[in-house]
Design a binder for this molecule. Structure first.
Ligand code: BEZ
Ligand code: FE
Length: 303
């Protein structure tokens, strides 16, 4: 009978993967076991702590529903999502920076005409967003679908509300770039908001004395054929959580100076009730390929 000690147990588990047919699976399993065993040895993990971890992961799974992904949230607050993003986007010289998709992307909507107010009926300070999609040398990319979404003035996405099944989408939409690569729309100025804290991830945030806030931002997903799909946010300059985003998603290049304006018309010549805000941000796409991510929650029928 083979008996293992603290150290050769790791080698034995690694050897147990020797016959794994897929070399990538073999590599991932080997490295995972080595890291996990190292963690147990380095921390002298107690039985109570190990049981707590099992219970925490069990509760994380139980919190998941078709509209709530607590494991993604866990990955986000532990910085794993941003690390996966970083190792997969090492070469992006000249291209717009990427960040997390987040759990509130619901996917495809019917395209809206430029200038549409995606905030219809929602309170908040008015904002006009204007943007241009180009390649790395500034050539405009026409006919490119751009999905946009953001939280309301209270920090909630439409898909978080019980009324989501009944109401149409709000504060989200799809715009198609014109011949000059441009698109524009109206909305409200987003505010900073907390990630959901009523589950095990929130419990961990509280226990570790962290705050649960994300700085104000608008999400963009730009999907141009022949280019890598671009998943990003544009953050509002001046937000007090820019340096301490709970999901570590902020990059300097993604922070936009949103201007406060008092002109009586917006850039498309239509009347504005002053004051309003202007966000101008252009996206530079990196040539390549890749599938846009699948939403966790599908767009509503009437979207
Ligand atoms: C978001 O920005 O929508 C988000 C991203 C990560 C975790 C929670 C929310
Ligand atoms: Fe968000």
């Amino acid at each position: 009978m083979t008996q293992f000690n603290e150290t050769d147990l790791t080698a034995a588990v690694v050897r147990s993967f020797d016959d794994t047919p897929d070399p990538r699976v073999k590599f991932l399993m080997t490295e995972l076991v080595k890291s996990l065993h190292d963690f147990v040895r380095r921390t002298d993990l107690t039985f109570e702590e190990w049981a707590y971890a099992i219970d925490f992961l069990t509760r994380t799974g139980h919190k998941c529903t078709p509209t709530r992904q607590e494991f993604i949230l866990l990955s986000d607050v532990l910085g794993v999502s941003m690390l996966v993003d970083a190792v997969n986007h090492r070469e992006r010289e000249g291209a717009t920076q990427t960040t997390v998709l987040g759990p509130f992307y619901v996917g495809e909507h019917k395209p809206m005409s430029h200038g549409t107010d995606i905030s219809a009926g929602i309170d908040g300070e008015r904002m006009f967003v204007q943007s241009r999609v180009t390649d790395l040398v500034g050539k405009p990319l026409a006919n490119v679908p751009v999905d946009v979404w953001h939280a309301d003035d209270d920090g909630f996405y439409d898909s978080q509300k019980p009324s989501y099944d009944k109401n149409g989408p709000s504060l989200r939409g799809r715009f198609i770039t014109d011949a000059d690569g441009r698109f524009f729309f109206r909305t409200i100025l987003p505010c900073s908001y907390p990630i959901p804290t009523d589950g095990p991830v929130g419990e961990m945030i509280l226990q570790t004395a962290r705050h649960p806030m994300r700085p104000a931002h608008v999400h963009f997903l730009v999907n141009a054929p022949g280019y890598e799909p671009l998943i990003t946010h544009v953050f509002i300059d001046g937000d007090k959580y820019l340096d301490t985003d709970v999901v570590f998603g902020v990059k300097d290049d993604l922070v936009s100076k949103v201007e406060k304006r008092t002109d009586p018309v917006m850039p498309d010549g239509k009347p504005a009730s002053a004051p309003w805000h202007l966000m101008t941000y252009d996206f530079r796409m990196k040539p390549g390929s890749g599938a846009a991510p699948q939403p966790m929650m599908p767009a509503k029928e009437n979207a």
